[in-house]
Design a protein around this ligand. Sequence first.
Ligand SMILES: [Zn+2]
Ligand SMILES: [Zn+2]
Length: 288
Amino acid sequence: MTVPTPLPVAASALADCALCGGDGVVMGARGLLAHAELCTCVPPCGRCRGTGQVTLEQDGHLLVGRCVCRRTPDRIALFNRSGVPGRFHRATMHSFSTGILAHGAHDKMPALMDVSTWLGSYDPATENQGLVLHGAVGRGKTHLLIGLVRRLIFEKGVPSRFMEFSRLLGLLKESYDAGRGSSELMDELARVPVLAIDELGKGRLTDWELSVIDEIISRRYNAMRCTLATTNYAPRDPSGAAPANLARSGGQRQTLGDRVGERVWSRLRQMCLFVEVSGRDFRAPRGS
Ligand SMILES: [Zn+2]
Ligand SMILES: [Zn+2]
């Protein structure tokens, strides 16, 4: 066995960079979407000389692999395809936790802990349970969901797609109107390893809209893919009793199960862990 020759050091970000904080990623917004770029502190790579490929000789064989310097740019590319809205480009799990401190909203801490535990156990190589973050409007569910999507992409390299439910319906309608059908977008949403749906169950929910939810959830359920969601509607209590934090719609108290129908609800219950995000409204002035 030959001992691999030591390789030149691969490019990495400056640990104390004021622009990226040392992770090599600078976040901003481009148009309606969040957009990440590689920080200017990352030098050209001495290991692969910018080709992204390294060749190693081992036991008389040449092994060709991707240089470690490509890890951050590859994850930046995943993030830039994830659909995170530009207005949330600063949303991270860390900023959620500093928001808790700034607003004195310590009752949100259990939700953050549950989400952190879930993230710690997420393994890209296996089937993973999903997550539904539920709670009243303004409790920071979308912020937390986007923070989670960022960690999945940048820490675990998981291709993830964020989609607000009403935007999804709008895109599908546009696609129908243009005579393209819905299959391309539906296929993408059914296949992506992690799909994060914001505001699940919101809107008028016509028969067509319900059929869209049913198709996405059924296809992901059958493919054992991980689905994340936020919703303003409380999950139905297992006993069938009305839960304490019921959302209102059209003057009627409804649960998520009432909104999405029995079949989707039953699958969500099998696929997902439900975490309540309660506490102070992040949008309300402090002290109110
Ligand atoms: Zn930097
Ligand atoms: Zn390199």
